[in-house]
Design a protein around this ligand. Structure first.
Ligand code: PSU
Ligand code: MN
Length: 304
């Protein structure tokens, strides 16, 4: 298996020295944000992870290898190129075998992180059960992955482009802990609150780290969602953003957008309709997740 994995020097050193490492995904760069904000955010997020005591490992598929830790040039390439596949679990083997470029989703990043022995992963939002899934069957592979791969995902909840209620039900069925970090309700990405209460709550990162430790010590397979609300000052007005999401959803339906294209289309459309405000919020919440995720990684690492 080693033949498919390459660690950057920074990540290799971190592993040798037993330092805490935080995985980061690349779909958010290639398909989640426009250039150049995507590359700039990716760099800043990496630096935030370092500033909080952990080592960042942005993950992508390049030239037949799973790369754990990207160079600056590689980050730039993933931000700029239109020739990067959105890589989820189903795509990994093909992209490696054909030596194509792949930007890893939450699901694929979890798989690659676990292969590299990394258990803490920071992103913006996870995929989920899409609205209308009862007819489209559009359920993100991220959810199945959370049910089986031992990586915790720090995110700002899930977007209300999804059916948050069904997403929570799916996660419950799969036995995935959803832990609210300083919140008792599921955050809805652009906003701090949704109508969905959480059963698990942590006021500090140590509670999260020790919960993960116990879970995996008990061999309770699968990941966890650490739900960290967007900072108040960057949160969007609920009515405003939900109105925009409704019109974007309508347009997606009219244009028959389906499969892996739905999430990128919705992100782009919402950005357009909010005149970039959603992108600002997106960037702010990812950075906030990087702070919390790095601290969780540090705490988790100290418990070994
Ligand atoms: N949500 C975001 N930004 C993103 C994604 C989700 O706010 O960039 C990306 C993540 O990589 C996630 C993927 O894993 O979209 C989910 O896509 P799908 O719904 O096709 O499974
Ligand atoms: Mn989908």
């Amino acid at each position: 298996m080693k033949q498919y994995i390459t660690l950057s020097e920074e990540v290799r050193n971190a592993k040798e020295q037993g330092k805490p490492i935080v995985a980061l995904e690349s779909t958010i760069i290639s398909h989640g944000m426009p250039y150049p904000q995507n590359v700039q955010t990716a760099r800043e997020v990496e630096q935030i992870v370092r500033d909080n005591g952990a080592v960042p490992a942005t993950i992508a598929i390049i030239d037949g290898k799973i790369k754990i830790g990207l160079t600056d040039e590689e980050l730039e390439m993933f931000g700029k190129s239109s020739d990067v596949a959105k890589a989820s679990r189903r795509d990994l083997a093909y992209l490696l075998a054909t030596k194509k470029l792949g930007a890893t989703t939450v699901a694929a990043t979890m798989i690659c992180a676990e292969l590299a022995g990394i258990h803490i992963f920071v992103t913006g939002g996870i995929g989920g059960v899409h609205r209308g899934a009862e007819t489209t069957m559009d359920i993100s592979a991220d959810l199945e992955e959370l049910g089986q791969t031992n990586v915790a995902v720090i995110c700002a909840g899930a977007k209300s482009i999804l059916d948050l209620g069904l997403t929570m039900e799916f996660l419950e069925t799969k036995g995935v802990p959803v832990i609210g970090y300083q919140t008792d309700v599921l955050p809805a990405f652009f906003t701090r609150r949704s109508e969905f209460p959480l059963n698990l709550h942590a006021d500090d990162v140590e509670t999260i780290a020790s919960t993960l430790k116990v879970k995996w010590n008990l061999n309770l397979k699968g990941g966890a969602v650490i739900a960290n609300p967007i900072p108040e000052e960057h949160a969007m007005d609920e009515k405003f953003i939900n109105g925009i999401i409704e019109s974007a959803l309508k347009e997606a339906e009219e244009r028959n957008i389906s499969g892996k294209d739905v999430t990128p289309f919705m992100l782009g459309k919402v950005k357009e309709l909010t005149e970039g405000k959603s992108l600002d919020a997106n960037i702010a919440l990812v950075k906030n997740n990087a702070v919390v995720g790095a601290k969780i990684a540090v705490s988790f690492n100290s418990m070994k």
